[in-house]
Write a protein that binds this ligand. Structure first.
Ligand code: PLP
Length: 356
């Protein structure tokens, strides 16, 4: 390799770490909070029919009209309040490109979803980090301090929060919206599992957006589809920034068809919530700290075994969970996705063996 082939990237990119989440071939995969089962067979059959009608030689509908209308009707809002993209991560990136950038800041309150700060940095936006209380709730004095320090263009919340599982209360979200000088983003990737949603607070008079994804509850992580609901004036700005024809026709069709299976999705959410209760109770019988979760995952910490060691011992038994043990503020923690009862039993058996 000649030295010329080794071009230096942007200075800030050179200093960055990439996104790390090992994809390992194991029997029991409980590391990325996907749905444990595929969509209903009738969904796949109907989608196959719809795919036959796609005009493959034509660019997609740039406005994704049918999909936005379907999402709008799901949430009882107008289609011009909906922005769709390739996963909610692309929604977050478009928000940072539009409202962040050089000389601007986002605010995050750790521990929270690592990609909020990562995506902000990629877009050249400064990141102001606030600390949460020891029980992972928001400290409103700290929120005030960070917001007045940097006057962030975007303040990120995540409810239920990944990786802690904590659901922000409505009064907390309202208080942050009242304090924030710029946009407030409530990332509700796991919103369907929680007892309330900030979607009810969205209107054209409030600088608040709620992001959602098809990756988790809709059993469609393979499709990469996400969206936000927010003020129509904000959606219009995002449309200027996102690449033309960014959302392919196949994905638009899949997103519309999926919403016809809402009852099935609700039933899956209900059974996952029940399974979360069972898993949490069983974990509570082991020598573990277990945090209450409003999502489809549970954060734990062993009182006996080092977190990295425990993670490896589970992997040795073909059970993959998310290793947060070395993440700041999450010393020794592992995050476990709620799986099928069989998968969760395999995890519990492995944990019992290791911790015995
Ligand atoms: C999984 C996850 C996402 C990613 O969603 P995609 O739609 O798959 O990009 C966004 N936010 C949080 C908090 C998540 O955990």
């Amino acid at each position: 390799m000649t030295s010329r082939s080794r071009l230096a990237p942007r200075d800030d990119v050179a200093l960055m770490d990439g996104y790390h989440s090992p994809q390992v071939d194991v029997k029991v995969r409980l590391n990325t909070n996907e749905a444990p089962t595929p969509p209903p067979p009738s969904f796949t059959e109907r989608l196959a029919e719809e795919v036959k009608r796609i005009e493959w030689h034509r660019y997609p509908d740039r406005a994704a009209g049918a999909l936005r209308a379907a999402i709008a009707s799901l949430h009882g809002v107008r289609a011009d309040q909906v922005f769709v993209a390739n996963g909610s991560n692309e929604v977050l990136q478009t928000l940072c490109l539009t409202y962040g950038g050089a000389g601007r800041h986002v605010a995050v309150f750790e521990p929270t979803y690592a990609l909020h700060s990562h995506i902000a940095r990629i877009t050249g936006t400064g990141v102001a980090v606030g600390e949460r209380n020891d029980d992972f709730t928001l400290d409103m004095d700290e929120v005030r301090r960070v917001l007045s320090d940097v006057s962030p263009a975007i303040t990120f919340l995540c409810s239920p929060n990944n990786p802690t599982g904590l659901v922000e209360t409505e009064s907390t979200v309202r208080a942050v919206v009242d304090l924030a000088p710029g946009l407030v983003v409530v990332d509700e990737a796991y919103g369907q599992f929680a007892p309330w949603s900030a979607l009810a607070l969205v209107d054209d008079e409030r600088a608040l957006v709620v992001t959602r994804t098809y990756s988790k509850t809709w059993s469609m992580a393979a499709a990469r589809l996400g969206y936000l609901v927010g003020p129509s004036w904000l959606v219009a700005e995002l449309e200027k920034v996102v690449l033309p024809y960014h959302l392919d026709t196949f994905k638009q069709v899949a997103g519309v068809v999926a919403l016809d299976y809402r009852a099935e999705m609700d039933a899956r959410v209900a059974s996952l919530v029940e399974e979360r209760g069972r898993l949490t109770a069983r974990l509570g019988e082991l020598p573990l700290d277990v945090w209450p979760s409003g999502a489809n995952f549970v954060l734990i910490r062993s009182r006996l075994v080092d977190g990295n060691v425990l993670w490896q011992q589970l992997l040795d038994r073909s059970v993959l969970v998310r290793n947060c043990a070395s993440w700041p503020r999450l010393d020794g923690c592992l995050r476990i996705t709620v799986g099928t009862p069989e998968e969760d039993d395999a995890l519990l058996a492995a944990l019992e063996e290791v911790l015995a």
